[in-house]
Write a protein that binds this ligand. Structure first.
Ligand SMILES: *Cc1c(COP(=O)(O)O)cnc(C)c1O
Length: 520
């Protein structure tokens, strides 16, 4: 039985149970929760797990990390079954072959057509389960209620809304900059009819402003306590955990003869997706290498080149807007988790000989030093020794906007049986990376993670597959799924507000039981 507990990357010897860590999200000292130990796979996992369905595989993997006194097995199974019943594919994350030894793992068969559903369908059900359990036998006044508050530039918002819609004791407010999310993304959020969902369009703002409003609300003790704010961003451990499963699923979907020298290539922003792959590898999944694919916001690619983690000195501190916007980031929040393990594994012989408790504390201290440097100076130098440890398991590449479009063209033009295949720009960043890596190591097996359906990012797809160059291509007919096309005509509910005051006023009005009037 799993005994795993969770501690903060930034220090403190205190450990939390799985359910406490999930509800807490971020540790009070600013750190992220990681498990006290990485469990081992059952000795016969390869035969025992070979024919499991995705939900069954999920239960097998998650049970290694979720003690039964946090969530009893029967309940965990029920949560998992409900989470993946919403997917359109029997396999949940099916594998598509794109060349002799190349595959794409399609992670976008969930309700919002992007990979965040794999984690957020699960997290929504876990939140609802934990609240229901806490509220059992309590009177209406004593009920715990969670207010989820988040900002989105696109993908996270809709996936969070679909994960939490109609959940009792949870209200969700998603903030986005008025007029600045793509029409399809706004439609996905604003057409959800459930009464516990509020799409909040913040006038005269950009993503950073929305993010800052959320941060201020979380940082305001009184407001936070009064509303019991909850976060669903990718620092939540449960999101990482749910994503470990599809690396195993990919392994079992590969033909037996291809299950060697497996390289995963992962379009990366906040480092949550690829970190899950690293946990799969540490658990014992035979993975040769994990490669980070970044767009022009390339802080991670620069780290693997230099051993320094620093904000891009050429951009004046802002992000570059690229064709793969879900990866437009300045800092990768989940990279901190890997950094803790690197600090731990890079310890000198004297420290490495100490009991695990003390090694853990030493790694926390090292990480704190790096995080302080990053905060103060916008950069931290981990050194090439640390970088070299990371490079044993990870590679990284940076892909330009032009290469992204070229890749979309290439996969569309691929001859049968592999093509035509229309990929979204995030996946294209992954595929361009995969091609580079495969040049140096051509006999390996490559699995590139596909993080969104192409209809969600039509701009890049239509720029790549122009009428002139590809007269046979028709976006509406070839790419746009019926369910997304239908959103256009559906009723929308958006709450337009001004600034932080407007957001707080809305949250408070809802809490008082008022029914604010939507603006659209
Ligand atoms: C969020 C997202 C990513 C980046 O994933 P991380 O876990 O943040 O690295 C990549 N592609 C798409 C489409 C996304 O929505």
């Amino acid at each position: 039985m799993s005994q795993t507990r969770y501690f903060s990357t930034r220090g403190g010897s205190e450990t939390l149970s799985f359910d406490e860590a999930v509800l807490m999200g971020l540790a009070p000292n600013g750190g992220l929760y990681i498990p006290t130990e990485i469990p081992s796979l059952p000795a016969n996992w390869e035969t025992e797990w070979a024919n499991l369905s995705f939900p069954e595989l999920s239960l097998a993997v998650l049970s290694l990390f979720v003690p039964t006194d946090s969530i009893p097995t029967a309940d965990l199974k029920d949560i998992i079954d409900r989470s993946y019943a919403t997917f359109r594919s029997e396999e949940v994350t099916p594998l598509r072959q794109t060349a002799a030894n190349e595959y794409v793992l399609e992670l976008w068969h969930g309700p919002t057509w992007a990979f965040k559903d794999v984690a957020l369908q699960f997290v929504g059900n876990v939140f609802a389960y934990l609240l229901e359990r806490a509220n059992k036998g309590k009177s209406e006044e004593e009920h715990e209620h969670l207010t989820v508050l988040g900002a989105t530039s696109g993908d996270t918002g809709s996936a969070a809304i679909y994960g939490l819609r109609s959940k009792p004791s949870i209200t969700i407010f998603i903030l986005y900059p008025d007029g600045r999310v793509s029409p399809i993304q706004e439609a996905q959020m604003a057409t959800v009819p459930d009464a516990n969902v509020y799409c909040v369009s913040v006038e005269d703002s950009d993503f950073d402003t929305c993010q800052a409003i959320v941060k201020n609300c979380f940082g305001d003790r009184e407001f936070n306590d009064a509303h019991r704010l909850g976060a669903v961003n990718s620092i939540n451990w449960a999101r990482i955990l749910a994503q470990i499963v599809y690396y195993f699923q990919a392994y079992f979907l590969l033909p037996k003869e291809a299950r060697k020298d497996i390289n995963f290539v992962v379009p990366t922003g906040n480092f949550g997706d690829i970190l899950a792959g690293w946990f799969a590898k540490r658990l014992g999944l035979p993975v040769q290498r994990l490669t980070v694919a970044t767009n022009e916001n390339d802080i991670l690619a620069r780290f693997f080149a230099t051993g320094r983690y620093e904000r891009d000195p050429t951009t004046d501190g802002g992000v570059k807007a690229t064709y793969s916007p879900a990866m437009d980031i300045l800092l990768s929040s989940n990279f901190e988790r890997l950094l803790w393990y690197l600090a731990h594994d890079a310890q000198d012989a004297a420290t490495a000989a100490l009991p695990e408790q003390q090694r853990r504390a030493a790694a926390q201290a090292t990480l704190n030093g790096w995080m302080d440097d990053l905060k103060k100076n916008g950069k931290a130098d981990m050194g090439t020794a640390v970088r070299d440890i990371a490079s044993k398991e990870f590679g990284a590449e940076r892909v330009s906007d032009q290469e992204t479009l070229d890749e979309i063209k290439k996969y569309y033009s691929a001859p049968a049986p592999y093509g035509p295949y229309v990929v979204d720009p995030h996946t294209a960043v992954g595929l361009a990376t995969q091609e580079r890596v495969a040049k140096a190591n051509p006999s390996a097996t490559y699995v590139t993670l596909s993080t969104a359906h192409p209809a969600k990012f039509s701009e890049a797809v239509e720029l790549a597959l122009t009428k002139e160059a590809f007269p046979a291509f028709n976006f509406a007919k070839d790419v746009l799924p019926e369910q997304l096309a239908q959103l256009e005509g559906m009723k929308r509910r958006v709450y337009k507000v001004k600034g932080e005051e407007g957001v707080r006023a809305l949250v408070e009005a809802v809490k008082r039981g008022e029914k604010p009037t939507p603006s659209a």
